[in-house]
Design a binder for this molecule. Structure first.
Ligand code: ZN
Length: 318
């Protein structure tokens, strides 16, 4: 394929990779009030003015794009993402798939068989995401998410995710769980035609022991280190130690940085010490003080996301 063909899908349409800029691949800028809110009131962000203000601050700090990691049926509103992207000029990528069952707005999702689920997920990538009341929006999803939970992963749901990823060509995001190693899931997905290089494992900096992260990376997947500034899980020092040690072990081209924001971590929603721009305004200098180079920073916050999103050689992407 020629370099002209490689594009990244956003809610406003395809964008040339070099135009995305700084990207954080696991964020939440909009979340409807629903089951998530009942689990944790910070999982509710449904104020257009506040979400827009947050995105404008992000853009002012140098942010170019985010992926909103809330799939349809779990609090996503694709139409809201479209208007927020249009008004803020921040590229927003949407997602389909499934999150934890406790967050699901309509449990009938779990009655669908693998083929019907796959059709639903692939349709949101190929034709467009559905609105909360089931109407087509035309805004296409960029990734397919699956959540690990409980004692084992659900083979029907992840079978559907694999089938949809194969049919649509979209990469896969996995919400990992502290009780489970993602390794058997990576095997399961690979057996079903989803190569590890198309998989982004999220939250492993807080769900897995640092010792096993090289084993995951050696399988060829990407890791999203998204527990930055979440002292309840790990301190700044521990997060920096982890990032620097993985970089020094040669995993520079496999790591992504993100915040996994909630209302409690967004300034426009009342957070005191951070917003969506935290990585750009604060964490970047902490990384630099630990010897992370500009070239490494560019990989963690831009290039690695592009090689995950676009299944082509780096020359073709850039
Ligand atoms: Zn999340």
């Amino acid at each position: 394929m020629s370099s002209n063909s490689a594009k990244v899908q956003t809610v406003l349409g395809p964008v040339a990779p070099r135009d995305l800029g700084h990207i954080q691949c696991h964020e939440h800028i909009w979340l409807r009030k629903g089951p998530s809110y009942r689990v944790n009131p910070a999982l509710w962000m449904e104020d257009h003015g506040r979400s827009l203000a947050e995105l404008l601050e992000y853009r002012a700090a140098g942010g170019g794009a985010i992926l909103d990691a809330q799939p349809g049926g779990f609090g996503r509103d694709a139409g809201a993402l479209v208007s927020l992207s249009r008004e803020s000029k921040v590229h927003i990528l949407g997602i389909t798939g499934f999150h934890k069952r406790i967050f699901c707005e309509d449990q009938s999702l779990y009655e669908l068989d693998e083929a019907a689920l796959a059709e639903r997920f692939a349709g949101e990538v190929l034709q467009g995401m559905l609105s909360p009341d089931g109407k087509p929006t035309g805004a296409r999803a960029s990734m397919i998410k699956g959540a690990m939970e409980g004692d084992d992963f659900d083979r029907r749901l992840f079978g559907a995710l694999a089938r949809a990823a194969r049919e649509s060509g979209a990469p896969v995001m996995i919400h990992t769980d502290p009780r489970l190693s993602p390794l058997p899931l990576l095997d399961f997905l690979e057996e079903r035609g989803v190569a590890p290089r198309r998989v982004l494992l999220c939250h492993c900096d807080r769900t897995q022991s640092p010792k096993i992260l090289p084993d995951l990376l050696d399988r060829g997947c990407f890791l999203c280190l998204d527990s930055i500034n979440r002292p309840k899980y790990l301190s700044h020092e521990a997060e920096l130690d982890l990032i620097v040690s993985l970089l020094r072990r040669g995993y520079t081209d496999r790591l992504l940085l993100s915040l996994d924001t909630t209302a409690a971590r967004l300034r426009a929603y009342g957070a005191k010490d951070m917003g969506l721009d935290y990585i750009l305004r604060d964490f970047r200098s902490r990384l630099a003080r630990r010897g992370v180079t500009e070239e490494e920073w560019d990989r963690l916050t831009r290039l690695n996301a592009l090689s995950l999103m676009i299944d082509e050689s780096e020359e073709a992407i850039l």
